[in-house]
Design a protein around this ligand. Sequence first.
Ligand code: NAP
Length: 430
Amino acid sequence: MDSIGIGLLGYGTVGSGVGKLLKKNAEDITLATGKQVTLKRVLEKDPGFTHPDLEPGLVTTRIEDILEDPEIQVVVELIGGTGAALDFQLRALRAGKNVVTANKQLLAQHGAELFAAAEESGVHLRFEASAVGAVPVIKVLRESLVAAEVKTVFGIVNGTTNYMLSEMAETGAGYDDVLAEAQRLGYAEADPTEDVGGKDAAAKMAILSSIAFHSRTGLDDVPYEGITKVSSTDIAHGVRLGLTAKLLGVAKLIDGRMNVRVYPAFLPKSHPLAGVAGAYNAVFLTSDAFDEIMLFGPGAGSVPTASAVIGDVISVVNTVKGSFVQNCLCYKDVPFFPDDDMVSRFYLRLRVNDQPGVLAKVSALFGDHGVSIHSMVQEGGGQEAELVLLLHPVREAQFFAALDQISALPDVHGDPAVIRVEGEERRQHD
Ligand SMILES: NC(=O)c1ccc[n+]([C@@H]2O[C@H](COP(=O)([O-])OP(=O)(O)OC[C@H]3O[C@@H](n4cnc5c(N)ncnc54)[C@H](OP(=O)(O)O)[C@@H]3O)[C@@H](O)[C@H]2O)c1
């Protein structure tokens, strides 16, 4: 029986999950591939690195021990980051090794270079675990749905922020308290910036958009906004309006152009994504061919993520000495649709002087910019009141031009709270 060696870079959270699954499921992997798939080497920084699941003698600190080993045909990069990981992946691809990775930031920032190196060497670069962890979105998009023109990919692609928003809605707790709790439970890193600031979700959306629309999308093409400005007050207003707050990654194909962004948004309570609570992830796909498909599951975690990595390893092993499956499938160059021209619905909360005439001024400025109000509620009294507005769909440039003027009114205090509302069109055909 042919034997395929694996070189594993990094034996941390996901790497140790891969080590565990390779050992535990060795028989199934052999049955699925007809080959013996063995962990031959593990790269770590510390030469004295040990792990209870790891056989002694496998650890090396020299990447050359992996790159120069002819029996290693698949390199699994799980060290993370965009420094050493980029160097190691490029060298592995150029040395003719197939590469499997979960590294979303590296792919979103250096995808073009990496895929070019893979094409040049005629090897695979597989990355299922890089977006939405254990949920097989990439395989579904690039294989099952390759002939169905996907129009939108939007979803909850970051578990940390979904946990936090779910807790804020359920308990009424504030952002800081919920973040501290998420860190205590291990749902948020000690430095949560990439998650709460939206960069993690943006990298995943760059990857998903590249695959869905067959056109290279990098991190720089994805404007992102996290949840740091989402307050428990807005979440509570949302609940009263039948809306659930989520951090959404949204990729849309509009008239042959694409728009890819990450922002906090309200969804109608009845939308399938609204019910995705806690640290779970879900991706919602639409197309004229299949209407709607939702994929749901754990977006992170040692063994769940490792199972997606192993799935990629099996795909690669199955095509070694056999047919070749294209890597990125980015064979189009779809132009981007400008954010300003996107048509969105907005929720807006303003703190205003509780005086006659303020409402009229706000309505007039919206009217001047062609923004039409769907509903408006005024709360509070005394010195200050709160205006909570839901707007009809509007070109974003018009909304923000009106908002600039409204925010500058002496009657309006502080920064307005602005949250997009997504998924309303679905309510019509429910
Ligand atoms: N954790 C998840 O649930 C999850 C989910 C989806 C995707 N991912 C992605 O998977 C990748 C790995 O994440 P992880 O959570 O497993 O990270 P991790 O727990 O920090 O593990 C990384 C391992 O690689 C080692 N390492 C780092 N730099 C190295 C270098 N230059 N040479 C040799 N070894 C090195 C680290 O050693 P030290 O500890 O000594 O630095 C550590 O053991 C990342 O790209 C991440 O974005 C993770």
